[in-house]
Design a protein around this ligand. Structure first.
Ligand code: FAD
Ligand code: SF4
Ligand code: SF4
Length: 478
């Protein structure tokens, strides 16, 4: 298929190209990726929908400001190497972002094509095209190692190996500084490895990016808990000149309702970590068990809740109930994730709220008592407040449940480094532009600063922090 010279009208007449997906009946029985990816012909058609706008509002919607019209134009011209290189000027994890960014809220939200159709779903499918370019490069083996400047002799510690930490490691290493990433878990990658399931983000993609960093000369030390194995001050004593803290928001929040300490009640973090990182789906071949429940309730309406519900189906549950206290319109999860969950058979119980978990004599959860809700006036978040309907209580039989109502910041680093200031939610306070904390030489970014946010926002902060760290080390003020 050849690129054609099309008029704006003709471009606007091309419908968005859907990405082929595994059949829902098949995919609930495996952990392989759900969307299969564009082939070259699909990518060409989709990229021809782009109008190459001069002021490109899509770019402003991307937290790392990828030159979107330029990378799409390169796809139209069949210059895939140029396309991926353009993306990588500002984004080191395009295969990840193309898959998991909430594009409808970011780059695609302001797209002129979507606006012309008055439908954000009809915007140019920027994320899918980004994935196409990134996958094209991956299929050609290892990525090119970027140029690393001559050694400066300066040493930077990065605490946490999620998207924020990986971004800083790459950008600081490029300047010629020695970089060590310290990771508490036994595998690097943060939520990309332990949280987001394989069927949404294959682990080989994340491991490839970590390998690329190692090929750039970054040292990754796993099983190293900063605050336990060594404190931040001890890292400075060891000779590090600057520290970037990117420990994320891995502290699960609970509902504080009766019965939450029964057996079979999981936080989404524990459930997903067991399933993803510890390969519990293959127990007893793997060492980690997980409740093989028939009826599972998941509490929450975000991406984490969708991931937990879809994982429960893949672990063999017959009924998975997603219990959410507001309506579908208020769900914070990506539209695509909600759609996939519904296709796979997750049963949405909307405007309902758990109020009590009931166990058997052996202490295992057996029922959840819920109450029906209605929407009242908007609250501080702008969403309509859910209000319980008196006397509407009812019970659902379950044998496991997963609490996915949110996460707070990991508290260990602030607790062991009292001169790092935190706000009332326990997030590290950092300057918006430089990501400098209250402690000299210490920078912080990603979820530990933003609270639970997104991959690309964490990476955006990482970029800013790396820039400031490079300036700090060059200034001789360390
Ligand atoms: P993290 O990815 O949380 O990484 C922090 C790392 O620091 C972890 O590896 C942790 O083990 C390590 N660590 C913590 N404490 C220490 C310590 N003391 N010493 C050493 N290491 C430490 N975002 C999206 O954009 N799209 C999605 O679809 C999406 N889905 C999600 C699904 C789930 C299940 C979850 C939990 C989150 C999801 N998010 C999604 C949010 C996104 O993953 C996060 O915003 C992002 O990963 C934050 O990056 P980070 O680098 O700040 O922290
Ligand atoms: Fe869109 Fe995310 Fe890619 Fe930016 S990184 S262009 S927000 S998909
Ligand atoms: Fe292309 Fe949409 Fe960006 Fe315009 S706003 S350059 S049409 S992706």
């Amino acid at each position: 298929m050849e690129a054609k010279n099309l008029t704006t009208k003709e471009r606007l007449q091309i419908p968005p190209v859907a990405m082929p997906e595994q059949d829902p009946r098949e995919r609930v029985r495996n952990v392989s990726e759900v969307p299969i990816g564009y082939d070259a012909a699909m990518a060409l058609t989709e990229s021809q929908r782009c109008l190459q706008c001069k002021n490109a509002p899509c770019v402003k919607g991307c937290p790392v400001e990828i030159d979107i019209p330029a990378f799409i134009k390169a796809i139209v011209e069949g210059k895939y190497r140029d396309s991926i290189n353009k993306i990588k000027e500002t984004n080191i994890l395009p295969a990840v972002c193309g898959r998991v960014c909430p594009q409808e809220e970011q780059c695609q939200k302001g797209c002129v094509v979507g606006k012309a159709h008055k439908d954000v779903d009809k915007a140019v499918q920027i994320g899918k095209l980004e994935r196409f370019a990134a996958d094209w490069e991956m299929e050609r083996g290892e990525a090119e190692v970027p140029v690393i400047k001559a050694s400066t002799g300066k040493r930077v510690a990065v605490v946490g190996s999620g998207p924020a930490g990986l971004t800083v490691a790459a950008d600081v290493r490029r300047e010629g500084h020695e970089v060590t990433v310290f990771e508490a878990l036994h595998r690097p990658g943060g939520v990309l490895i332990y949280g987001i399931p394989e069927f949404r983000l294959p682990k080989r993609i994340v491991m490839r990016e970590v390998r690329n960093l190692e090929r750039m000369g970054v040292t990754v030390r796993t099983n190293y808990v900063v605050g336990k194995t060594a404190t931040i001050d001890e890292l400075f004593d060891e000779g590090f000149d600057a520290v970037f803290v990117a420990t994320g928001a891995g502290l699960p929040l609970f509902m504080r309702i009766p019965g939450e300490n029964l057996n079979g009640v999981y936080s989404a973090n524990e459930y997903l970590t067991r399933a993803n990182l510890m390969a519990a789906y293959s127990f007893p071949e793997s060492d980690t068990p997980i409740a093989r429940a028939r009826n599972v309730a998941v509490f929450g309406g975000g991406n984490v809740a969708m991931d937990a519900a879809r994982t429960a189906l893949r672990l063999g549950a017959e009924n998975v109930y997603l219990i959410y206290r507001r309506s579908k319109a208020e769900m914070p999860a990506r539209v695509e994730e909600v759609h996939h969950a519904e296709q796979e058979g997750v049963q949405m119980m909307l405007l309902q709220n758990p109020i009590r978990l009931i166990g058997d004599d052996d202490g295992w959860v057996r029922e959840v008592e819920c109450i029906k809700m209605e929407l009242g006036e908007p609250d501080a978040s702008g969403r309509r407040r859910p209000v319980p309907i008196e006397g509407s209580e009812f019970r659902v039989a379950i044998d496991a449940c997963i609490v996915a109502i949110g996460n707070a910041s990991n508290p260990l680093v602030p607790a062991t480094t009292p001169d790092i200031a935190v706000n009332k939610w326990g997030n590290i306070v950092a300057d918006e532009e430089t990501l400098k904390t209250s402690k000299k030489g210490v920078y912080a970014g990603g979820d530990i600063v933003l609270g639970a946010a997104t991959v690309i926002l964490a990476m955006g902060q990482g970029r800013k922090a790396a820039h400031a760290i490079n300036e700090f080390l060059a200034s001789g003020a360390w």
